[in-house]
Design a protein around this ligand. Sequence first.
Ligand SMILES: Nc1ncnc2c1ncn2[C@@H]1O[C@H](COP(=O)(O)OP(=O)(O)OP(=O)(O)O)[C@@H](O)[C@H]1O
Ligand SMILES: [Mg+2]
Length: 345
Amino acid sequence: MATKSKKAAKVEIENNEDPKEEAPVLMPPEEDAPEPLIEDLPGVGPATAEKLREAGFDELLALAVMSPGDLADQAELGEAVATKIISGAKKMANIGGFVSGEALLERRREVLKLSSKVESIDDLLGGGFETQALVEVYGAFGSGKTQIGHQLAVNCTLPMEEGGFDGDVFYIDTEDTFRPERISQMARGHGLDPEQVLSRIHVARAYNSAHQMLLVDEIKRMSKGLNVKMIIVDSLTSHFRAEFIGRGMLANRQQKLNRHLKDLKQLADVNNALVLVTNQVHSKPDAMWGDPTKPIGGHVLAHASTFRLYLRKAKGGRRIARLVDSPNLPDGECVYQVTQEGLRD
Ligand SMILES: Nc1ncnc2c1ncn2[C@@H]1O[C@H](COP(=O)(O)OP(=O)(O)OP(=O)(O)O)[C@@H](O)[C@H]1O
Ligand SMILES: [Mg+2]
């Protein structure tokens, strides 16, 4: 038992070294033992495992929190089997531990905020776009999602004292809408050298959802020696939406999207970086009040995003950004505009 504190002390000494001296190395958090698979559950053979996966259950924790009736329904199993699976999952799942509020506060202190250089947007976000967070920007065609991605990519390269992260950006482009020319315009808008800014933005075109997910692993590999401070996925959902069509594919799509979001969130945590994803809306004709548009991606994305920004076009070329569902900030709106030089108040 006492050996544990020794290990902790050693880690602390290592952490005291000047972090600036060393190039950041991206490593996934250490895991003591491999997480058990759903096949390891009593009574789960390959056929049942497949049913569970098809219904979107690929982790023990997801099963442990289900009720037998719901699981039986969703995975098309008998209720007795479902009950057995759930009780097995409760015993074997890694439920996760409690951490002191103090330790969490310490981690929160490392959070940095990237300025949009638009006062109204920064105010709405309590100072800027936070690291260790996943920010979802959603809105209709032409609402300005890609413009925000480009602008924040440029701002990320700004020095810290100017509200930037002096960092490198990875940009996963799924719709072929990344434009270096636009980056150059925005860089000039901040008095930066376009070539230098472009050299710090690493872009990959994702050809389908599987490729998009693989590119996250590629970021882990490529990030050695770089100061990765921002990852952009524009658009997060377009491939998933195009490839997984119909009700029957929904569970599968949500499961993949969930995996992808977890990988992205891990990059944000490990690098103390910001992840920005864009998302489209679909119209919800049964909505009787309010805005009849909803972001796609369902609950999986709603839960994964730390901040959600809803963009709309307003009169006179102005844009409205609405903050939805923030963990620590009031919902609200701000107005800004998109100009040749970039986003402005
Ligand atoms: N150089 C520029 N100067 C001024 N405004 C621009 C410039 N480039 C783009 N815009 C504005 O940005 C809009 C396009 O926004 P953007 O591409 O970010 O939309 P989006 O939300 O990503 O749409 P989609 O869903 O199609 O990807 C244009 O309609 C135009 O109003
Ligand atoms: Mg776009």
